[in-house]
Design a protein around this ligand. Structure first.
Ligand SMILES: Nc1ncnc2c1ncn2[C@@H]1O[C@H](COP(=O)(O)OP(=O)(O)OP(=O)(O)O)[C@@H](O)[C@H]1O
Length: 471
């Protein structure tokens, strides 16, 4: 990345130089949970990282080894001056001229690494750095499409928000901005990177689930339905947002959902695909996805069905993955977890006659919901708008709202029958019954409510008196 000048505002100096602030890991639990995926060294670095210099604008020190390297590089280039950096690249990232201090590495994917960073105004972000160096333009362009998706989905609070980004290869950036690839033969220059500054998430759903199940196992508990409803609804809403934008992920898994200030948000559009405008489905050109959450059609997307139509992967494919996630939330494991190898999974998932086993659950609607998502035939799978209205999320209202009212009247009818010889009691119960059947729409003021209530209570007392005398 080209570094022109260092323009740290005063506020930033104070903020970034706060040693105590930086040596603390604001989310030790998450750092620990990520530790398994990463080299331990990266995590320990958060604590062991040297505190930043007090006045960064005046006192940016490089270690002697680096100084030596710079000196050598300068002498190799003959007359050219050493590249001037006013910050330590081991401690900071610079994106569009703004500095972000590294707090530690969160994790890394195929060709990217994600760091927890702090900005000059003391906000915590995740910084994703994708190495594009040496890649052909077509591949690099694919990586940059994530920016396009995130920009398109800006403002949706169930999608991770892109704060800023920088593509260091300006020719590539131009192509991305134009939305087309003209230079297919190009290659990304030496120090080509894509930087994305993103909202920071505390924990992903995969880690949340394993923590939840550990807790439940140790306390011998069963799944808390409200917990399930709360997060399942958020998951559905997030995927609904992208489906409405005609994007399918085909790679949905719990790790795609990140908890940001109590809400689950969708991350990682690495292999998302826009649905072609002229079709309702998209044709995948390669098998993708995480095996445990992969739909039957995703396994078979290069094949044809019985009518010689190419099997396509579209929104229903994401619904299947959601069904696998829900199943895992309910039972603590994915539906095909016992099939360990690729081929055993392939065989069982692509078999239309295979019946998924569902353990007992206390709520029959929950069972129905899982089955609606995990229907083998993709046409039978429910779509998200339907799933959002499923009785598990929206319990049906009792068929007769006035059930208790009816019961009261039935009671009065019974009383009236019993005391047919007592004219007074008969009259009171008839009056009461009429009052209870009084159309509520006609009671518009509080005064009317009070009057009705006092009449009912007076009659109730009178009737009670008569009945006790009769008894
Ligand atoms: N905004 C974020 N806030 C916090 N953690 C994040 C954020 N974005 C990604 N991560 C975490 O960083 C790690 C690496 O993410 P990344 O998206 O680079 O790779 P991946 O999804 O594991 O792999 P790939 O994208 O190559 O399939 C993951 O553990 C992910 O949960």
């Amino acid at each position: 990345m080209e570094v022109k000048g260092f323009d740290l505002p005063r506020k930033q100096e104070g903020c970034l130089a706060n040693k105590d602030e930086l040596s603390k890991d604001p989310c030790p639990q998450y750092t620990k949970s990520i530790k398994g995926q990463d080299s331990a060294g990266d995590v320990t670095n958060i604590q062991s990282q040297a505190p930043p210099p007090k006045d960064l604008t005046l006192d940016v020190k490089l270690d002697p080894l680096k100084e030596e390297k710079q000196r050598k590089a300068a002498s190799n280039k003959g007359a050219s001056a050493p590249r001037k950096r006013n910050y330590d690249p081991d401690l900071f990232f610079k994106v569009n001229g703004k500095l972000y201090q590294r707090l530690g590495k969160i994790g890394s994917g195929g060709s990217s690494e994600v760091h927890k960073v702090i900005s000059s105004d003391c906000a915590i972000y995740a910084l994703k750095k994708i190495k594009l160096k040496g890649r052909d333009y077509a591949t690099a362009y694919g990586f940059c499409q994530e920016i396009e998706y995130l920009n398109r989905l800006k403002g949706n609070n169930n999608i991770i928000q892109l704060i800023d980004y920088e593509v260091t290869d300006k020719n590539l950036l131009r192509e991305v901005m134009n939305g087309s690839m003209s230079n297919k033969d190009g290659r990304v220059k030496d120090d080509g990177y894509l930087y994305m500054v993103l909202e920071y998430g505390e924990i992903d759903l995969a880690h949340m689930l394993s923590q939840k199940w550990k807790e439940m196992d140790s306390f011998n508990q069963t799944i808390d339905e409200n917990w399930l409803r709360f997060y399942w609804q958020q998951i559905l809403q997030a995927v609904n947002t992208i489906h409405k934008e005609r994007i399918v992920l085909s790679d949905l898994k719990p790790a795609n959902f990140l908890l940001v200030k109590g809400s689950l948000k969708l991350i990682d559009f690495g292999i998302a695909k826009a649905i072609m405008s002229d079709t309702t489905n998209i044709q995948r050109d390669a098998q993708v996805g995480t095996l445990s959450y992969m739909s039957p059609e995703a396994f078979m997307c290069v094949e044809s069905d019985e009518n010689a139509n190419t099997i396509k992967c579209g929104r229903p494919s994401d619904i299947w993955s959601l069904g696998c996630i829900l199943y895992q939330m309910v039972y603590g494991r994915t539906p095909f977890a016992e099939y360990k190898t690729f081929w055993s999974k392939f065989k069982v998932i692509t078999d239309p006659n295979h019946e998924i086993t569902y353990g007992p659950v206390s709520n029959p609607w929950l069972l129905d919901l899982m089955k609606k998502c995990l229907a083998w035939d993709r046409k039978k799978r429910w779509r998200i708008p339907q799933l959002l209205e499923h009785p598990f999320l929206v319990p049906p209202v009792p068929p007769q709202l006035s059930l208790s009212q009816n019961q009261n009247c039935q009671l009065l009818d019974l009383i009236a029958k019993e005391c047919s010889n007592n004219q007074d009691a008969l009259m009171i119960s008839t009056q009461l019954s009429q009052l209870l059947r009084y159309p509520m729409s006609q009671i518009t003021s509080q005064e009317q409510q009070c009057k009705l209530l006092s009449q009912i209570s007076k009659l109730c007392c009178q009737l009670h008196e008569h009945l006790s005398k009769l008894g």
